[in-house]
Ligand binder design. Structure first.
Ligand code: ZN
Length: 313
């Protein structure tokens, strides 16, 4: 009888031990999740970059999601709540998200900022761009369309993360370094790919002026009937001019972007008898199942489609 009681006790003890170990594991993982540095990124492309540099140490909230248009974004009350939980707010700058500082102010955000374009050499908006009339946005904000600029983005993000989480500084630096190697590989590949098209055929029509940096990097001329922002509607004169230009220069490469209304460009392509190419990813990534789910994928997709279009010119 005594022996049986002892036996029961051992088995109960073993059960208890297992339960305690399970609890510790559960508790441990919860604690780990809570310890993550919460970072808010203004739009999906920055969200991807913060995830890459932050790795396991960081939890990222993205305000303007995949396929959404950051130019006309309106913050929800839940965005203000999420921002308040963050230690770092990563924005593009160069006038891309005028709503971001308003949101931070109204939410009472007291954390740090990273302006990802810090150090980037800005390209002025073209004189034909309707958006150039707007005094607040003389510099084109779409700097991420050149992978060399994204090297600076990633370094700025690593420095910002190290500032709010010094213990992770070496991790952020290592993650950034590894990613910069991928950006350089992307740039070399894109140079080779676009280099196969003769210079006088490197011309493309897109619905809004988002590719000046890509154009400069790979010597492609981008023409857009819509201005630098998706907000400004093109004038009838602007459309007439672009139709003439398409006909004169025999441009067959016409594209629309994932986050803007394709109506105008579809009409334009009908007027000049040219079919519209695959969607380009301009200011937003795609959802995970589509070809622009990360910055690297989006750039490879864009360059591949642009080259395919320009081959028809
Ligand atoms: Zn844009």
């Amino acid at each position: 009888m005594k022996k049986l009681a002892y036996k029961l006790n051992t088995s109960m003890l073993r059960q208890l031990l297992i339960s305690v170990i399970a609890l510790i594991t559960l508790f441990g993982s919860t604690v780990h999740a809570d310890n993550k540095v919460v970072v808010t990124a203004s739009f999906s492309i920055l969200g991807d970059l913060v995830k890459v540099v932050g790795g396991d140490r960081v939890s990222v909230v993205t305000l303007v999601g995949p396929d959404e248009d950051a130019h006309v974004f309106e913050a929800r009350p839940s965005d203000a709540k999420n921002l308040l939980k963050s230690k770092l707010f990563v924005i593009n700058g160069l006038g891309f998200e005028p709503w971001a500082t308003k949101l931070a102010k109204s939410a009472g955000y007291k954390g740090k900022y990273v302006i990802a374009t810090t150090g980037v050499r800005g390209i002025k908006m073209s004189a034909e761009s309707e958006h150039a009339e707007d005094a607040h946005s003389e510099v084109d904000p779409h700097a991420w369309q050149n992978p060399e600029n994204v090297v600076l983005y990633v370094r700025n993000i690593a420095a910002g993360l190290a500032m709010v989480d010094p213990a992770g500084a070496s991790t952020y630096l290592a993650n950034a370094k590894a990613y910069v190697i991928q950006l350089q590989a992307l740039n070399t590949w894109a140079k080779e790919k676009t280099g196969s098209i003769p210079l006088d055929k490197r011309k493309v029509i897109t619905s809004h002026d988002a590719f000046a940096y890509l154009g400069e990097a790979y010597q492609i001329k981008f023409l857009a009937p819509q201005g630098g922002s998706t907000e400004s509607a093109p004038s009838a004169k602007g459309v007439a001019l672009i139709i003439k230009q398409i006909q004169r220069e025999k441009i067959k490469a016409i594209f629309v972007e994932n986050m803007s209304d394709p109506k105008l460009i579809v009409q334009l392509s009908k007027d000049v008898g040219v079919t519209v190419g695959a969607k380009l990813y301009a200011d937003a990534l795609s959802s995970t199942e589509k070809p622009g789910a990360t910055y690297l994928k989006m750039m490879r997709h864009n360059v591949t489609q642009l080259v395919a279009g320009m081959e028809l010119n």
